[in-house]
Design a protein around this ligand. Structure first.
Ligand code: FAD
Length: 458
């Protein structure tokens, strides 16, 4: 049996951040990772002259904890091209630029005059009385059905690959929910936002990556740990609590698939919710059951390269989204080489296309070649191409159980899990199913777990 102060299970961004922060405070850590690489969903590929992200592509520069982490690791942040702030919507057979400022919702062609009138009535809609509501239910009541179908639904597809009818409003848009609670309306909440200090420069929000792609971040975190602190291909199978020793300290025993046992006073589970559920089945059956109720959406990503002249569009933006009512399995695409021109060979463009999600999970049953054909057909429709579109490059990835769905009851579910954890000193959770799926939220989550351990022993 091997012993260590803190065991971290899972070497995604959440787990690696926790390990890094603990190591900085001279705590001995061991990260056990099931896969043969670190990074979890963060995976940058270099192939055929193209560079593409299998998982996340960008993060906003306003994500303070992640920006600080990059700075500490001496990584070179790389901002996307200025045009990245522009996003397109494929609606009624056309690609249309989306409003970039809230007031532009009143001039955008993606909403009918009636929908704009309905939007203006938002401050006069009665306050919702429920403790929880679906994103679609709440926002249809506040801003009308067309705004939900044309703007909210594709936005949700782009982030959660999810379903607006089952995602929970207070979990997905906590600020908008709270504004309604506090001021009776979203517009009133917007008006009451704390004013920025006019003497301070206004921070400019840019979408960022790091030079070399996001995998540089997780590799740098791993390299900042001492050599034996990460074990790859070590899927953890079970966790047990062992009674107090002579000093009254409880600890945990962690069993690996090959029978090896590790003992530690602290354990951070930085694995997906359904894995945490299995690991905690014996120790915390109620929390395990709540964890198991967090569903995940599955999707596929087709990274397709084309000669620039094959695509009759300036690709002057982040990419496009498709509302569900268009009845296409394609959720949208990121114009990766428009964000970072060096990611495609000279004269070529790279489109990362997302397909499937909560509405169309069957996509994962299709082979890569079928998915590539489906996406290519959808792109022909989106770009109004008559002839066939033959990619110069293609790489399709299947992503089962990719994105946790903050469905109705999520806030209460997480509160229940966290309350149950209080009874198990030294046991902590980190990950994207808790308080945010974005990369900055994962950094925050890893840091909070590390801080809780440091606080216990200070
Ligand atoms: C396709 C896609 C695109 C995305 N795009 C963006 C984006 O552009 N911007 C953004 O901010 N966010 C984006 N996200 C979300 C973001 O990437 C994730 O929320 C984040 O990377 C999750 O990190 P994590 O460490 O919490 O979990 P994970 O990355 O899932 O890490 C968990 C780790 O645990 C390991 N593990 C599992 N079981 C075991 C076991 N039994 N024993 C040991 N180890 C185990 C796994 O192998 C994995 O390495 C995207 C996600 C996906 C899937």
């Amino acid at each position: 049996m091997q012993t260590v102060d803190t065991l971290i299970i899972g070497a995604g961004l959440s787990g690696l951040t926790a390990a890094y922060r603990l190591h900085q405070q001279n705590r001995s850590v061991m990260v056990l990772e099931a896969a043969d690489r670190v990074g979890g969903w963060i995976q940058t590929h270099h192939e055929g002259g193209y560079t593409f992200e299998g998982g996340p592509n960008t993060f906003p520069s306003t994500g303070q904890e992640l920006m600080d982490l990059c700075r500490e690791l001496q990584l070179e942040p790389q901002a996307t091209q200025a045009s990245a702030s522009k996003r397109y919507l494929y609606l009624n057979g056309n690609l249309t630029a989306l409003p970039q400022k809230p007031w532009q919702a009143l001039t955008t062609p993606v909403l009918s005059p009636l929908a704009k009138l309905r939007l203006l009535k938002e401050p006069f809609q009665p306050k919702c009385q429920a403790d929880d509501m679906s994103v679609a239910g709440f926002l249809t009541h506040r801003v009308g059905r067309e705004v939900v179908e044309n703007l909210v639904d594709p936005f949700i597809s782009g982030i959660y690959a999810g379903n607006v009818n089952t995602l929970s409003m207070p979990a997905v848009f906590p600020k908008l929910w709270q504004w309604e609670q506090d001021y009776g309306s979203i517009f009133q909440g917007l008006r009451h936002r704390p004013k920025k200090d006019p003497t301070q420069p206004k921070p400019k929000m840019q979408l960022m990556s790091v030079t070399g792609g996001l995998q540089t971040l997780t590799h740098s975190l791993a390299q900042a740990l001492p050599a034996p602190a990460i074990r790859l291909q070590c899927p953890v199978q079970a966790i047990e609590k062992i009674g107090a020793d002579k000093t009254g300290t409880t600890s945990y025993q962690v069993r690996l698939n090959d029978g090896e046992i590790w003992q530690a006073q602290n354990v951070i589970l930085a694995v997906p919710a359904f894995v945490a559920a299995t690991l905690l089945d014996n120790l915390m059956p109620d929390a395990a059951s709540l964890l198991r109720h967090i569903p995940y959406s599955s999707l596929a990503v087709a990274h397709l390269g084309f000669r620039a002249e094959q695509i009759p569009h300036a690709l002057d933006g982040f990419g496009f989204l498709i509302p569900r009512k268009e009845n296409m399995p394609l959720l949208g695409a990121i114009w990766a080489s428009s964000l970072f021109p060096e990611r495609a060979p000279q004269g070529h463009v790279l489109l990362s296309n997302f397909i499937g999600g909560a509405h169309y999970p069957e996509i994962l049953k299709q082979k890569a070649s079928q998915i590539q054909r489906q996406v290519t057909r959808d792109l022909q429709t989106v770009f109004h191409l008559n002839g066939s579109l033959e990619p110069a490059f293609g790489h399709v990835q299947h992503h089962p159980n990719a994105i946790p769905q903050y469905n109705l009851g999520h806030v209460q579910r997480i509160a229940g899990i966290e309350a149950a954890l209080q009874k198990h000193k030294g046991l902590h959770l980190a990950g994207n199913y808790l308080h945010g799926i974005a990369l900055n939220a994962c950094v925050q989550s890893g840091q909070s777990a590390a801080q809780a351990i440091l606080n216990q022993s200070s």
